[in-house]
Design a protein. Structure first.
Length: 65
């Protein structure tokens, strides 16, 4: 649970900005966007495979001339 306490004479806009930044750091906004719409099980598998570790990339992007 994310809590934001007022710092001295901080405005509500500044507190809201800090709250949003904390949510972003925790990955909460990304999770909310992910569950905002239905994702088929096959799309979930495909996304997890793409996200997985890429072995043997070597830092190259193909052949350059």
């Amino acid at each position: 649970m994310i809590k934001v306490k007022s710092r001295g004479n901080e405005t509500a806009e500044q507190m809201l900005r800090r709250f949003k930044k904390m949510c972003e750091k925790e990955g909460l906004t990304k999770d909310i966007k992910r569950v905002a719409y239905y994702e088929k099980p096959s799309e979930k598998r495909r996304r997890r495979q793409r996200k997985g570790p890429r072995i043997g990339s070597g830092g190259g992007g193909g052949s350059r001339r």
